[in-house]
Design a protein around this ligand. Structure first.
Ligand code: CUA
Length: 371
């Protein structure tokens, strides 16, 4: 087409005024949204500014200090800026006015605005560096837990004083009043596969984030004080299709409850020999579930591509801690997961095995015995 470009017509000034107002409205609306976001409830489950443990509280204290220093700097700079703008603004429309006198370089001012920020940074550095050193080493009696970031779920491995090995998924039970040192790494398909991706472990009420990097071991300290609380957390680094579905919970319990928990979880299961559960247990081998999932006490099931299922029926949620574990009720969520894992959690390593309704209900019967 060779048509002429349409010329801009109409009153340009009016257009400007119109656009100007739109801009003001957009900025005002955006600002209002930002301010109103602060009106959200006070007991949000992942509020990093409402710490509930000694380690998170120390980190939050440092955040508060930096926040108030930054606020003071902002206020001082803005007040000076506004004062200068108002005092030296053009007060008439005289077109013959000479431009203001230009100054280049002022040693006194330059030294001053180098020294003041350097001083502020030095003041902030003292508590920052000291807290970094403080949190670099765990207390001697800290509970040691190995954390492995997988696509897309968390594996937790305890090796207790008595050598009782417990492996769980997405649910991390910890005793209150005791530091927990998490040694974290990321692997791919299995424990020996080093080709993982970067995740980030974050339970906002208990500690800051820590990246979980393939080929590296990173540590993070957490500590809770209130027993009976479930702290929610999530992966905080984009790691693939189901990054948003990679959640977790830290279950804080009394030391006695924790001891009982480890004792129980370290017991092997007995494989059912009759009824639907026995059929389900058989399917577990036939349909290759065994190739990825460990169940202590189930002969041949030791792989760690997928979550260890030894006490699956006790877990509150599953599938990256996204779905309520309804295995003991209607098992609708569990059945939907078995029928088509990719639909529930895109990119999951769990394949669609093409299970029939009978297969699923038998597997559900078997999983129900894992309590
Ligand atoms: Cu793992 Cu995001």
């Amino acid at each position: 087409m060779t048509g002429r470009r349409p010329r801009a017509t109409g009153n340009v000034g009016r257009g400007w005024r119109h656009n100007g107002w739109t801009l003001v409205k957009v900025v005002a609306l955006g600002g209002a949204m930002l301010v109103l976001a602060g009106c959200a409830g006070n007991d949000l489950p992942q509020d990093t500014l409402a710490p509930e443990g000694p380690i998170a509280r120390k980190q939050d204290g440092l955040w508060d200090l930096v926040f108030w220093v930054a606020t003071a700097v902002f206020v001082v700079v803005e007040v000076m800026l506004l004062a200068v703008l108002l005092k030296f603004r053009v007060k008439d429309d005289d077109p013959t006015r000479e431009p203001p006198k230009q100054t280049h370089g002022n040693t006194k001012l330059e030294v001053l605005w180098t020294i003041i920020p350097a001083f502020i940074l030095a003041v902030i550095a003292v508590p920052t560096v000291s807290l970094i050193f403080d949190l670099a080493n765990a207390e001697e009696d800290a509970l040691q837990v190995r954390v492995i970031g997988k696509q897309y779920w968390w594996e937790f491995e305890y090796l207790g004083e008595e050598g009782k090995k417990v492996v769980t998924a997405n649910e991390l039970a910890i005793p209150v009043g005791r530091q927990v040192e998490l040694t974290m790494e990321s692997t791919g398909q299995s424990d020996s596969d080093p080709l993982g991706v970067i995740h980030s472990f974050w339970v906002p009420k208990l500690a800051g984030k820590q990246d979980v990097v393939p080929g590296h071991k990173r540590t993070l300290l957490i500590e809770a004080e209130k027993p009976g609380v479930s702290y929610s957390g999530q992966c905080a680094e984009f790691c693939g299709l189901s990054h948003a579905n990679m959640r977790l919970a830290v279950l804080a319990m009394t030391p006695a409850d924790f001891e009982a928990y480890i004792e129980e979880q370290s017991q092997p299961q007995t494989t059912p020999t009759s009824g639907d559960a026995a059929k389900g247990a058989e399917l577990f081998t036939q349909r290759q579930c065994i190739g990825c999932h460990a169940i202590n006490g189930y002969e041949g099931a030791g792989a760690r591509v997928g979550p260890n299922l030894t006490y699956f029926a006790q877990r509150k949620q599953f599938a990256g801690y996204m779905l309520e574990n309804d295995i003991n009720e209607g098992a609708e969520n569990v059945s939907a997961w078995l029928a088509d894992p990719q639909k529930v959690k895109p990119g999951s390593q769990m394949p669609n095995l093409g299970l029939s309704q009978d297969d699923i209900s038998n597997l559900v019967a078997y999983l129900r015995t894992l309590k």
